[in-house]
Design a protein around this ligand. Structure first.
Ligand code: HGY
Ligand code: MN
Ligand code: MN
Length: 419
């Protein structure tokens, strides 16, 4: 008899966590979630999940970057299988992004408890700090520190838009832990996550077997021109930071449309903030962000080179100063073939329609892939899989299918021998 997770219990947990940091979203009329990293709401969400971990009898450890690990002992003292994701969110989130992986991991643990199964290997369920990256500027922060890509002191020194230090915020919400931040390599790492795009649902699939993650490149731009009167200043005397930002934004679209950097390039200017932002003042300053994504590393580098050259061209032509810094940069990551095979086998055995898919979004799994065999189980989403939006929604069956596959793959790895 195949083990099944308790779908109703998982839904109750997703709803309960989804109520923390919720807000009524004007544009959709729906309850959204705003648990930006290390805000009070994130702190409350973290405490809620830690309480659930402890109620399951797990041993909870908090490290120096605020990553939380909850351990269930195995029959033998072997390296654990790690299940995880994140519980921080963007400011306009739904209740599935990240949370499905963490609460799904805890549901797997509770299912094993109910069935009185103790696996050979220990199991650890984790959530990582600031996966989203949109408050302190770089994504997968906690898992990148845990796996050595970002030094702890560099993470501590990050500041948000109000100048608040990450380390101070970690202390303020009570999650500056004492455990070493560098993670001992787990036996394997598995993450269940919503696809956050339209592919699986449109193809009528139940599960995505994630092949890997595409490259990500984030720039933060500061554009300095000259504030001036909108009525009296002739156009030829202007140094308009707003126009410079707009030209770069349109260039991003041309970069994609040109096909010069492959058909899969995606480019976004998510932040465009002209200053002083008044109707009758030519913007003397502007901050903006550039988010590039490409599954091909070489094509990504070509796109980056082209947009950086364009910053210089715009600066000259618009008579502004443009400074920029790289705030996030990851190459394409391929997930472990062994994990992928096991995800596909588990889906097949459950009669679930599945296919291989490359992740458009960044995930903690891509950082853990540096330490051990890592992989992901994707769950389809309704409404074209929209995400980073309160309309984000996966049905109880979609969630249960994904977490049942997570359970099966966990059991396969947790019974393996070795060190
Ligand atoms: O930006 C991303 O891809 C992820 O949601 N942090
Ligand atoms: Mn996520
Ligand atoms: Mn996200």
């Amino acid at each position: 008899m195949r083990l099944e997770i308790d779908s109703d219990r998982l839904q109750r947990e997703l709803e309960e966590l989804g109520r923390i940091g919720r807000y009524l979203d004007e544009s959709t009329g729906l309850w959204g979630v705003d648990r930006l990293a290390l805000t009070d709401a994130d702190g409350e969400g973290r405490r809620h999940v830690v309480a659930r971990m402890k109620s399951l009898g797990l041993t909870v450890t908090i490290d120096r970057i605020g990553n939380v690990y909850a351990r269930r002992e195995g029959r033998e003292k072997l390296s654990p299988v790690l299940l995880g994701s994140h519980v921080d969110s963007v400011e306009t989130a739904g209740r599935f992004d990240g949370c499905l992986g963490v609460l799904g991991g805890l549901e797997v643990v509770q299912t094993l408890d109910d069935a009185e199964i103790q696996t050979r290997r220990p199991i650890v369920v984790a959530f990582f700090t600031d996966e989203e990256g949109c408050r302190f500027g770089t994504d997968m922060l906690g898992s990148a520190v845990a796996t050595g890509r970002i030094p702890l002191e560099a993470a501590y020194a990050l500041r948000d838009r109000e100048g608040k230090l990450l380390r101070d915020e970690l202390t303020r919400v009570g999650f500056l832990g004492g455990a070493p931040e560098r993670l001992d390599p787990p036996h394997a790492y598995l993450e269940c996550h919503v696809e956050q795009g339209p592919t699986l649902r449109a193809a009528g699939l139940d599960v995505g077997v994630v092949a890997g993650v595409q490259a990500i490149s984030w720039h933060e731009l500061t554009i300095v021109g000259k504030s001036a009167h909108a009525g009296t200043t002739p156009m030829e005397l202007r140094a308009d930071a707003g126009v410079a930002a707009a030209r770069i934004n349109l260039k991003l679209r041309e970069l994609v449309a040109s096909g010069r950097h492959g058909a899969a390039l995606r480019a976004t200017m998510g932040v465009i903030a002209p200053r002083p932002g008044l109707v009758n003042v030519v913007p003397g300053r502007a901050t903006a962000t550039v988010d590039l994504r490409n599954p091909d590393g070489a094509l990504m580098r070509g796109a980056e080179a082209e947009i950086v050259a364009f910053y210089e061209e715009v600066a000259r032509e618009e008579k502004v100063k443009i400074s920029w810094r790289q705030t996030a940069r990851t190459d394409p990551v391929a997930f472990s073939p062994r994990v992928r095979e096991r995800v596909a086998a588990a889906a097949s055995e459950r009669g679930l329609r599945h296919a291989s898919i490359v992740s458009g979004a960044g995930h903690d799994a891509q950082e853990l892939a540096r330490l051990c065999p890592a992989g992901m189980v994707f769950v389809p989403g309704e409404y074209d899989g929209i995400s980073h939006n309160p309309r984000e929604f996966s049905t109880p069956k979609q969630c249960a299918d994904g977490v049942n596959v997570l359970l099966d793959v966990l059991l396969a790895f947790a019974e393996e021998g070795g060190e």
